[in-house]
Design a protein around this ligand. Structure first.
Ligand code: FES
Length: 518
C-alpha cells in the first residue's frame, strides 16, 4: 500500500461486496453488510461471505451506515440481527423518507440522517461526511476520516464528479455493473456484445475518473459483481460477456490507466491496517480462483434452499383488474410528471398479455390490440410481488428475471423513471424540478459553445465534460449531444440546452433522435 498509512490500531475490514467494518478510536462502524440473496433471490454475494455473518451478528457496533435501499446494501435479514438499542444508524437524508422509515420499522432507536456534505463526528478522530447522488436518484457515499486518514466509500454511488473530495487515501468504488442494461434486453447476440462492451468501457472510464479526481493512492475494488446461483440465471455468471467482470479482468488496464495507484482486491474477512493487508483466516479464502465453475457449483448447492425459495413460493396470478388498479394508482401519483406523456406498453406474464396505455390517466386496455413499441416479459411471481408492492420495478429489473424489448431501440427516460421511481413520487417531482432548473439555470461557455451546466439526464456537472468536434460527452453515463443543436446523439432522448438560458422548461418528453443506449 502506498501513500499515508492508517493510524496505529485502526482497521478497515472487508465483509464482501460493499460491506466493511471500520474500527478506530474505540469506535466500530459497520457499512452496508450484505449476506442474504437480493432481488427475488437472484443476486448472491461473491465470493461467499456467509462465514462472516455470525461475527457480524454477535459484534457490538457503535454506528451502522447503509448507503441506499437496494437489497445488496440494505439487507433486512442481516439488519434484524444487530443490536437495535445501542447501534446508531447513519443514513443519507434523501427526499423520500423511505430509508429512515425502514430503520425505524426494524426497531433501531437512533437514526441520524445527514444531508449532502454534512459531517458527523462520531468520536474524537473519527468523522463521517455524507455524499449524496444529488440528482433524483437516491444513493450515497461516505467519507470516513480517521485522525487525518481519509477513506472514501463510494460503493455504486454517483456523486457529481466535481463534488468528490480530494486528498483521499483509500477509495472503495464499483467497477462491475449493478444494473440490468443491456443484459435484460432481448438483443441479437452481436448487438448484445457490442452494448455490453460499451457499458463495461463506460464503467471503467468512470472509475478511472473517480480515482484521479480523488487522488486516491489505494483503490479497493468493491460493490460487485454479485453471482447468480439460480440455474435459470447461470448465463449472468459469464464475466467475459456480461456487465459483471471480475477485477482480474480489469487489473491490467487499471494499472496502465492509474500508474502508482495500488489496487487491493480484498477477500471477505481481509483487513487493511497500518501494516498493510491482514488476510482472513478462512481456510477457503480465495478458493474461487482455483476452479471458478466448481466453486459456483458448490456455492449453489449450499444455498439451494435460498434460491429455490423463489420458485417454490405459492402465488396467485395477477388479474387484469389488479393490473388496472396498480397502473391507475401509479399514474395518479405521477400526474404532473406524466403531463402530456403517452406511451403504450405490452406486459406479458405466463402466456397472458396486456396492453397498457401509460399517461396522465393510465389503465389496462385488456381488449384493445395496441401496437406497443415496448414489451416487458415478467415472470408471474415477480408480477405478483410488484402488484402487491412487495418490490418495485427497480428491484424486479435488477433481478434480471425480466426480459425487455423495444422498437425502436430508444431509451425512454419518462417510462423508465415512472417504473423505477414512480412509487416515490417525490423523486419524479424532483426530476421535474431538475428539468426546469436545467432550462433556466447555470450555463457553461467552452470552445465557442454555451450549454447547460448540469446534465439533463441525472445532473452530472458538465463543466469539465469532454468536447470533441462539437460533440459533448457526459462523464457519468456517457450520453452525447451535438452542441450546435442540443440534440441527444446517443444514450437517451433528452436534449441539452445550448445557448443562453430561457424561462421555459425543455421539451424533454418529445425530443427524438438518438441511438438509445439505455
Ligand atoms: S448524468 Fe447520466 S448521462 Fe449525464
Amino acid at each position: 500500500m502506498t501513500g499515508r498509512a492508517l493510524p496505529p490500531g485502526a482497521s478497515i475490514r472487508s465483509l464482501g461486496h460493499a460491506g466493511y467494518e471500520i474500527a478506530h478510536a474505540g469506535v466500530r462502524l459497520l457499512v452496508d453488510p450484505w449476506f442474504h440473496p437480493a432481488f427475488l433471490a437472484s443476486w448472491f454475494p461473491f465470493p461467499d461471505n456467509r462465514p462472516l455473518l455470525d461475527d457480524v451478528a454477535s459484534a457490538a457496533y457503535d454506528v451502522l451506515y447503509v448507503s441506499h435501499t437496494h437489497e445488496d446494501h440494505f439487507d433486512a435479514s442481516t439488519l434484524e440481527l444487530l443490536d437495535h438499542d445501542t447501534t446508531t444508524v447513519v443514513v443519507p437524508r434523501f427526499r423520500s423518507k423511505a430509508l429512515v422509515r425502514r430503520f425505524t420499522e426494524l426497531g433501531f432507536r437512533e437514526v441520524i440522517a445527514l444531508g449532502h456534505r454534512e459531517r458527523h463526528e462520531v468520536a474524537e478522530g473519527f468523522a463521517l461526511t455524507m455524499l449524496l447522488d444529488t440528482s433524483h436518484k437516491e444513493d450515497s457515499g461516505l467519507l470516513v476520516e480517521l485522525d487525518g486518514f481519509r477513506f472514501l466509500d463510494l460503493n455504486d454511488c454517483n456523486t457529481p464528479l466535481s463534488e468528490l473530495p480530494a486528498d483521499v487515501d483509500v477509495l472503495s468504488a464499483q467497477y462491475s455493473g449493478a444494473m440490468w442494461y443491456p443484459n435484460c434486453y432481448a438483443y441479437p447476440d452481436e448487438v448484445q456484445r457490442r452494448k455490453t462492451a460499451e457499458v463495461r468501457g463506460d464503467l471503467f472510464d468512470t472509475l478511472v475518473r473517480k480515482v484521479r479526481l480523488t487522488g486516491a493512492s489505494t483503490y479497493l475494488p468493491a460493490a460487485g459483481p454479485p453471482c447468480f446461483l439460480d440455474p435459470e440465471l447461470e448465463r449472468f455468471n459469464n464475466h467475459a460477456e456480461t456487465i459483471f467482470p471480475l477485477w482480474d479482468d480489469l487489473a491490467r488496464d487499471f494499472a496502465a490507466a492509474c500508474p502508482g495507484v495500488d489496487a487491493l482486491c480484498l477477500e471477505p474477512g481481509d483487513a487493511l491496517t497500518a501494516d498493510g493487508v491482514t488476510p482472513s483466516d478462512d481456510p477457503d479464502r480465495g478458493r474461487w480462483r482455483d476452479d471458478p465453475d466448481a466453486y459456483l457449483a458448490a456455492y449453489r448447492a449450499r444455498r439451494a434452499d435460498e434460491w429455490a425459495a423463489y420458485h417454490e413460493e405459492p402465488y396467485e396470478p395477477v388479474t387484469a383488474g389488479e393490473l388496472h388498479a396498480y397502473f391507475r394508482q401509479l399514474t395518479d401519483w405521477n400526474r404532473r410528471f406524466l403531463a402530456d406523456y403517452e406511451r403504450d406498453v405490452r406486459l406479458v406474464a405466463d402466456g397472458a398479455s396486456w396492453g397498457i396505455r401509460l399517461g396522465r390517466v393510465g389503465g389496462v386496455l385488456e381488449a384493445d390490440p395496441i401496437d406497443a413499441g415496448y414489451t416487458i416479459q415478467v415472470p408471474p411471481r415477480a408480477l405478483r410481488a410488484i402488484v402487491d408492492r412487495r418490490i418495485g420495478w427497480e428491484e424486479a429489473l435488477l433481478s434480471l428475471r425480466l426480459s425487455l424489448h423495444r422498437d425502436p431501440d430508444t431509451f425512454d427516460l419518462t417510462l423508465m423513471s415512472l417504473l423505477r421511481y414512480g412509487n416515490q413520487p417525490v423523486q419524479t417531482t424532483h426530476m421535474l424540478r431538475e428539468r426546469a432548473e436545467a432550462a433556466s439555470g447555470a450555463t457553461v461557455e467552452r470552445d465557442g459553445h454555451t450549454f447547460q451546466r448540469f446534465c439533463p439526464h441525472a445532473g452530472e456537472d458538465l463543466a469539465h465534460a469532454e468536447i470533441a468536434d462539437g460533440v459533448l460527452e457526459c462523464p457519468r453515463h456517457h450520453w452525447t449531444w451535438d452542441l450546435r443543436t442540443g440534440a441527444c446523439l446517443s444514450g437517451g432522448t433528452v436534449p441539452l440546452r445550448v445557448g443562453p438560458a430561457t424561462a421555459a422548461p425543455s421539451e424533454w418528453h418529445t425530443a427524438e433522435g438518438n441511438a438509445g443506449l439505455r
